[in-house]
Ligand binder design. Structure first.
Ligand code: SF4
Length: 391
């Protein structure tokens, strides 16, 4: 086995970090790295499966696990016979942790879309979440460091920068003057006037600062795509989750934004079957998909995570959790299908990727003409929707 195998599970943070580990470990041989996830019981099951499969595929290689599972379930993962070693999440981009030369993991320049992790960790304590255990306290990448990363990707040809983080909208709170995320977005757009597209990954609506709202509402280079870490549509459940927003806050935010930018596409993370959730709470969860016009719905069946307060609350039976998740997915799919159908006849500017398709500003997936080079921005007039792809 020549080049190291980096297996990435979970979130965009892990994807961005895996790209940097790939560059940092390029000189290593017979090495398999599993960059793991433990956000849900299912994610942990997939991590274990990935470890077993990697060992079966590479019986003689050194297999090292990093990522949130290596933090949260350290003893259990470390005890797996397939595993040779663990590297702490906070050390995975440190060459010393891997005994390789260098000061820091080099950037892996992206040629189309570049994910930049500008924030890590989290200071909140949502009652269902283990991420703070896996990624530690919230910390921000200073503006100068972010601009250096943007430059590296733009020089390599990237046309879209995606800002990502664990709790993205808390970026800056630990920096001098506690700037809001809007300051960072403005700084990137000013420093790179030729950068066509900047996208935000998941944000906490209640933490959107005034400057960021203005950019989302009026700046054409900021993509009209708002993915909310919403989690639920019922206020009592939001309280029991220890979320910082109410249903009304989310409704008001989206209404205000859509009034200024009608083409903004809303996405949201929603949990089904949170402990104590009754039929009325579930109905409120279903209804918010329509009320916010959520066209990118990410539905998560509640998963009890060890050491979280939600695990000690009265649980909803698993079959009910699964049934409610299926209902939410069906509602989300219907909303999405209606939205995609409404785009027929529109001309969309698409950033082409290698597979013959790409994303529109609203994050709709669109087929591009044959032979369109990856990294090219191309206008496509939508004629039809086929299996969720605009053509
Ligand atoms: S904000 Fe809540 S859900 Fe998000 S990472 Fe922090 S604790 Fe977890």
């Amino acid at each position: 086995m020549n080049a190291p195998q980096i297996i990435s599970l979970g979130c965009r943070m892990n994807i961005a970090e895996s790209e940097r580990m790939r560059a940092m470990l390029a000189g290593e041989t017979d090495l398999v790295v599993v960059n793991s996830c433990a956000v849900t019981g299912e994610a942990l099951r997939q991590t274990r499966q990935a470890i077993r499969r990697a060992r079966a595929a590479h019986p003689a290689a050194r297999l090292v696990v990093t990522g949130c599972a290596a933090e949260i379930d350290r003893a259990a993962i470390g005890a797996m016979p397939q595993v040779d070693g663990l590297v702490a999440n906070a050390a995975k981009l440190d060459p010393r942790a891997w005994n390789v030369p260098g000061e820091a993991a080099p950037l892996a320049p992206a040629r189309t879309r570049a994910f930049i992790a500008v924030q890590n960790g989290c200071d909140h304590a949502c009652t269902f979440c283990v991420i703070p255990q896996g990624r530690g306290v919230s910390r921000s990448l200073p503006i100068a460091a972010v601009l250096r990363e943007v430059e590296t990707h733009c020089v390599a040809g990237a046309k879209e920068i995606v800002l990502t983080g664990v709790d993205l909208t808390s970026w800056g709170h630990d920096l001098a003057g506690a700037p809001g995320l809007g300051v960072l977005v403005r700084a990137i757009l000013d420093a790179f006037p030729a950068l066509p597209r900047l996208r935000l990954s998941s944000v906490d609506g209640i933490e959107i600062d005034a400057a960021l709202f203005e950019l989302l509402a009026h700046e054409p280079r900021v993509m009209p795509h708002l993915h909310l870490s919403l989690q639920h549509g019922a206020d009592l459940i939001l309280k029991r989750m220890k979320r910082r927003h109410s249903r009304a806050d989310a409704v008001e935010l989206v209404a205000r934004l859509k009034a200024l930018r009608p083409d903004v596409a809303v996405g949201a993370d929603l949990i089904a079957g949170f402990p104590t959730e009754d039929e009325a709470h579930h109905a409120a969860n279903l209804a918010i998909i329509d009320e916010l016009d959520i066209v990118h719905a990410h539905i998560f069946p509640f998963s009890p995570r060890p050491g979280t307060p939600a695990t000690r609350m009265p649980q909803v039976p698993r079959d009910v959790v699964k049934a409610r998740a299926a209902e939410l997915r069906a509602r989300g799919a219907a909303r999405r299908a209606a939205w995609l159908a409404s785009l027929v006849g529109e001309t969309l500017t698409v950033l082409a990727e290698r597979d013959g398709s790409g994303y529109a500003p609203s994050y709709a997936r669109v087929a591009v003409p044959d032979g369109t080079a990856a990294g090219t921005l191309v206008d496509v007039t939508v004629r039809e929707v086929r299996e969720g792809l605009l053509k």
